[in-house]
Design a binder for this molecule. Structure first.
Ligand SMILES: Cc1cc2nc3c(=O)[nH]c(=O)nc-3n(C[C@H](O)[C@H](O)[C@H](O)COP(=O)(O)O)c2cc1C
Length: 225
């Protein structure tokens, strides 16, 4: 697969085949991802690759606690609720996904099911929990570096025929994740990445999300006319 095919073809995958993913393939993908640049080459990232029973326990604990109204306890700052163009984009992709899944706007039950799927990491066979070294807490470089390696990870996975969705939903209940993934005390949980073989029959997997244009995002300076 060429670089452009990976970048333009990759989509977030939210429906997976149950087939396992070989450990050697995950190691290969991680090795590619870890070529990502980082601030001063500090490489603050670490990965907990979870499958089988421990992952099922994370899914169950996350879902049960969220359903019981336990406040979320993610370990990163979320800032204010989205507004304006950011809110519009959030709603835009949700509309695309719900349309693909045939979930009507007022269908509370189906919408609830969809949220619960997210809390279960979309039933992916593997979850990679991205953490960083706690000693680097407080530097904005650290989450930036985690983003770089995670983007490289999802693209590397795609190049091998695997699908991913980076997610915050699967790590809503930090104590559950910490317990069942055995996260070390010197690590902070940044994000999780659901990983597996895409189920081509799952309609939301075909959704191509929109992007603002280069012109909207970019200010060229000193280029002349
Ligand atoms: C930091 C981050 C957190 C995300 N959290 C979730 C999530 O909790 N649930 C979900 O379904 N998608 C989540 N996503 C996926 C985004 O919705 C998705 O990347 C975006 O809509 C663009 O779509 P694409 O990945 O298909 O290009 C997350 C992505 C990122 C980068």
């Amino acid at each position: 697969m060429q670089f452009d095919d990976v970048i333009l073809g990759r989509r977030s995958i939210r429906g997976y085949k149950p087939d396992p993913v070989p450990r050697a393939l995950i190691e290969e993908i991680l090795a590619l991802a870890m070529r990502a640049p980082s601030s001063m080459n500090t490489q603050p990232w670490n990965f907990y690759v979870v499958t089988g029973e421990p992952l099922n326990r994370i899914r169950a604990g996350n879902t049960e606690r969220m359903a019981a109204g336990v406040p979320q306890s993610r370990e990163f700052r979320t800032g204010q609720a989205f507004a304006g163009q950011h809110r519009d984009r959030q709603v835009g992709v949700a509309k695309q996904l719900f349309a693909a899944m045939g979930i009507a706007r007022d269908d509370k039950e189906m919408r609830h099911d969809w949220v619960m799927r997210g809390f279960r990491q979309f039933d992916a066979p593997v979850c990679i929990i991205v953490t960083y070294d706690r000693v680097l807490d407080g530097s904005d470089d650290t989450p930036f570096d985690c983003g770089a390696v995670t983007t490289a990870l999802v693209n590397a996975a795609w190049s091998r025929g695997l699908g991913c969705v980076i997610n915050s939903q699967g790590i809503m209940q930090s104590p559950v994740v910490r317990e069942h993934a055995g996260i070390a005390a010197d690590q902070v949980i940044m994000k999780s990445v659901a990983l597996g073989w895409p189920d081509e029959t799952f309609s939301a997997n075909a959704v191509v999300s929109e992007r603002k244009s280069v012109a909207e995002a970019t200010t060229f300076v000193g280029f002349g006319g």
